[in-house]
Ligand binder design. Structure first.
Ligand SMILES: Nc1ncnc2c1ncn2[C@@H]1O[C@H](COP(=O)(O)OP(=O)(O)OP(=O)(O)O)[C@@H](O)[C@H]1O
Length: 196
């Protein structure tokens, strides 16, 4: 198989603090270009629920096999929720490129560092809020988080913003001040050459 980028579309890694507007812009992108992008299928150790399909909703696995893949460096991100493990494997991202779609990874800073260690040849986009104060207003405006969660997100946001200053980490940084302006830049990054 040739490397990603030769004839398979390069994945796009989108990161940025919680509340920066990733979901807002991604929803718009997927609505406008439904066939162009794809998402990787995650691994999980939880049992499939009725109607869920192996390889479609998740790759269902057991703890032992999951941990073996962790040891082999097969995961970009993995985490435990409750008693179950979840993760995004490098292979799952390659599977999306193999069917000719641009895999979108909406991940946080640690995941970005992991992707950089792989041969995924990804492009990196950072979505930046205009300021931490405005980020706080938006998180509050969303009315979906407790005060504690907001404080945690803001603390993590400061870390992410600091990391994003590292030269060469991101191919592009978009400041989400005016949504329409951010959308134009976002679309140009994800679907180059579409601007009127
Ligand atoms: N340019 C903008 N101006 C004003 N409000 C915005 C702008 N962009 C996004 N918002 C609002 O900010 C809030 C946070 O946006 P969104 O939920 O898309 O963030 P996110 O980065 O996906 O966060 P998370 O990582 O927690 O999912 C939403 O209520 C959204 O409507």
């Amino acid at each position: 198989m040739p490397p990603i980028g030769a004839d398979r579309p390069r994945p796009i890694v989108i990161s940025g603090p919680s509340g920066a507007g990733k979901s807002t812009l991604l929803k718009r992108l997927l609505d406008q270009y439904p066939d162009r992008f794809g998402f990787s299928v995650s691994h999980t150790t939880r049992a499939p629920r009725t109607g869920e399909e192996h390889g479609k909703h998740y790759h269902y696995t057991d703890k032992e096999a999951f941990m073996k893949l962790v040891d082999e460096g097969g995961f970009i991100e993995h985490a435990q929720f409750g008693s179950n493990l979840y993760g995004t494997s490098v292979k799952a991202v390659k599977d999306v490129a193999d069917v000719g779609r641009v895999c979108i990874l909406d991940i946080e800073m640690e995941g970005v560092k992991q992707v950089k260690k792989t041969d995924l040849n990804a492009r990196f986009l950072f979505l930046q809020p205009p300021s931490v104060e405005i980020l706080e207003q938006r998180l509050r405006g969303r009315e979906s988080d407790t005060e504690e969660a907001i404080q945690q997100r803001l603390a993590q946001a400061r870390n992410e913003l600091e990391f994003a200053k590292t030269p060469g980490v991101h191919d592009q940084i978009i400041v989400n001040d005016d949504l329409e302006k951010a959308w134009t830049e976002f679309r140009e990054f994800c679907v180059p050459g579409q601007a009127p």
